[in-house]
Design a protein around this ligand. Structure first.
Ligand SMILES: Cc1cc2nc3c(=O)[nH]c(=O)nc-3n(C[C@H](O)[C@H](O)[C@H](O)COP(=O)(O)OP(=O)(O)OC[C@H]3O[C@@H](n4cnc5c(N)ncnc54)[C@H](O)[C@@H]3O)c2cc1C
Length: 543
């Protein structure tokens, strides 16, 4: 073990490892990149995290910076859950539900707990956290907050950040702060502190005040409903007050390390109604989508013809008996979960009328068994993610684009064309109601040609999304893989403002450096040639 690892082991309650095997394991997340940490720390409590940060800060002051990367389930697809310095892994010990108050509908939880774990407890109280991503079995609350994760029910309920009430965060120098909405008086008090926290409040307030116009312009330029690129500057100073929480949400561990989250939760209704609508033409789907969205479904997800064809190509009998219209351009899965049965019935009636007028083929699930069949179709895209085809594998690139829902069919047509030009067929799916489109091109990253194709496809897809007022990332974050596209979305000046925010929180660039601010060339040097998701097979992901 290195001197640094020995020092940390001496001062922390949690374990410290510099074993090559452990480092190799944490060298990868779910992205196409790899970068091995020098040391892995498994904190047992907040004090361990605080001490690690403060130690790295002191080293940086002496001109020997060691980066810190927080890590949850490692399912990040943007290359943000890897780092070369100390990796702080929360899943080992800091994974507990600390408090659940069913009356207040509030959950206090440690960052290393998975969404699944939270859900299991919440369900027993008739509650749930509706922003769970498809990776909920292994994705943690800390990772979900850091990426502002969304899921199938986000259309109705919102993203993970919408459920965060307050956070405990370890700052770059090891100080601990608690975020939450502050009145002007409370803010003044914070700004008066002589600590690093005081400096952060003073500097952020000043910067946002000076750039209020620019921030307004940035927000109006992007019409996507979900956007995880850069930092959420627009939500810090609002009518409600001043709150640093929205800055930490989606910040991918680059501004601070979350050690505890207070989350709002909502009542859960397991008795839902589900319908699959199959559209032969993209135009009919686009015309109908707003009418369906107006019915406020809890799920409004799509799977394209290309994705179904890809599943059948890999596994010819997987959809036997569950997919009556295999050649449809789009299958849309709509669910209603209103607590009043009469509201569900009425929404379903209206949906059937809309489907009839649009000439869409509708399959209504009459019972749980029928619902399972529809879920089998929707979740079949997992086959694309986990099964290789020849030497090629589904590569997470442009897998999380978000466009305004009214431009969805234009975007899907553009994607089809881009894939055709690359000599491939597009397989797309996603959250239609939110305008989130997912796709993983089948490529062999060992081949130089395919590595080049990957960038060509990504560039063209991101350009098409930006042109439509969309975002290159709706939820998974810009990380390293998409860091170079932020400037095309926001422009130089706004991107410069994001960097100033980073500099306020992390003046010595210790917290997950390279994430959100790196060049294409820096990213390329970290690319893997053997992309696979074998370690995820035990939790077959849904989408
Ligand atoms: C098959 C598959 C399906 C997916 N489906 C979805 C989906 O439906 N919706 C969606 O939004 N995403 C999805 N993702 C992406 C990913 O699962 C989510 O972004 C998830 O929230 C990441 O959680 P994690 O615990 O794995 O975090 P990690 O991958 O470990 O980390 C993610 C980021 O959070 C930071 N971080 C982790 N813990 C902390 C902390 N305590 N404090 C500060 N920063 C921290 C890390 O440094 C990193 O930048 C999917 C990924 C896969 C592989």
């Amino acid at each position: 073990m290195s001197k640094v690892a020995h020092y940390l082991q001496e001062h922390l309650v949690g374990e410290v490892s510099a074993s090559p095997e452990v480092r190799r394991h944490f060298a990868r997340d779910a992205s196409i990149l790899q970068l091995a940490p020098a040391i892995v720390v498994y904190p047992r409590n907040e004090s361990d995290v605080r001490k690690t940060a403060s130690f790295c800060w002191q080293l940086a002051e002496r001109g020997r910076p060691i980066p810190i990367t927080a890590r949850g389930g490692g399912s990040d697809t943007s290359g943000a859950a890897i780092g070369s310095g100390i990796m702080v892994v929360f899943t080992a010990h800091m994974n507990k539900i600390l408090e659940l108050d069913p009356k207040k509908e509030q959950l206090i939880i440690e960052p290393g707990a998975t969404y699944d774990k939270a859900e299991q407890t919440l369900f027993t109280h008739g509650l749930f956290l509706p922003s769970y991503p498809a990776s909920q079995q292994y994705a943690t609350i800390g990772g979900g907050i850091a990426n502002n994760a969304i899921g199938e029910r986000s259309f109705k309920y919102g993203a993970t950040g919408d459920f965060v009430e307050k956070l405990r965060v370890v700052l770059a120098n090891g100080e601990v702060i608690e975020t939450g909405v502050l009145s002007r008086r409370e803010l003044s008090k914070k700004m008066g502190l002589s600590s690093f926290e005081g400096e952060v409040y003073r500097e952020v307030d000043r910067l946002l005040e000076e750039n209020a116009e620019l921030i307004k312009q940035m927000s109006s330029g992007i019409r996507a409903k979900r956007n995880s690129v850069g930092y959420n500057l627009a939500q810090v100073r609002t009518q409600k007050g001043f709150d640093l929480t929205p800055l930490f949400v989606g910040s991918q561990g680059t501004l601070g390390i979350v050690t505890e989250a207070t989350m709002k939760v909502v009542p859960y209704n397991p008795l839902t109604r589900m319908v699959m609508l199959s559209f032969d033409k993209l135009e009919d789907f686009q015309d109908t989508l707003p009418k369906i969205m107006a019915l406020k479904p809890s799920i409004c997800d799509m799977v394209s013809r290309g994705a179904i064809q890809q599943v059948i190509k890999i596994n010819p009998h997987q959809l036997d008996g569950v997919l009556p219209a295999p050649a449809a351009a789009i299958h849309l899965f709509v669910e209603f979960d209103d607590h009043k049965d009469s509201a569900q019935k009425s929404a379903l009636k209206n949906l059937k009328k809309i489907a009839e007028r649009a000439d869409a083929y509708a399959v209504v699930a009459h019972d749980l068994e029928d619902q399972e069949k529809l879920r089998k179709v929707r979740e079949s895209v997992a086959t694309i993610l986990t099964e290789p085809h020849g030497q090629t594998k589904a590569v997470p690139v442009a897998e999380d684009v978000c466009v305004p829902p009214e431009s969805l069919s234009d975007f899907l047509m553009a994607v089809n064309k881009i894939y055709e030009n690359a000599g491939m067929k597009a397989a797309t799916w996603g959250q239609a109601g939110d305008g989130v489109v997912r796709m993983h091109p089948m490529l062999d990253l060992a081949q130089i040609g395919d590595r080049q194709r990957l960038f060509k496809i990504a560039d063209a897809i991101y350009a098409a999304a930006i042109k439509l007022g969309g975002s290159v990332s709706g939820s998974a974050g810009d990380g390293r893989v998409r860091a170079s596209y932020g400037v095309y979305m926001y422009g130089e000046q706004a991107q410069g403002l994001m960097k100033k925010i980073k500099d306020i929180f992390d003046p010595m660039n210790i917290l997950n450096p390279g994430v959100k601010f790196s060049t294409r060339e820096e990213m390329r040097t970290l690319m893997r040639s053997d992309y696979h998701q074998a370690h995820r097979h035990e939790h077959l992901p849904r989408s």
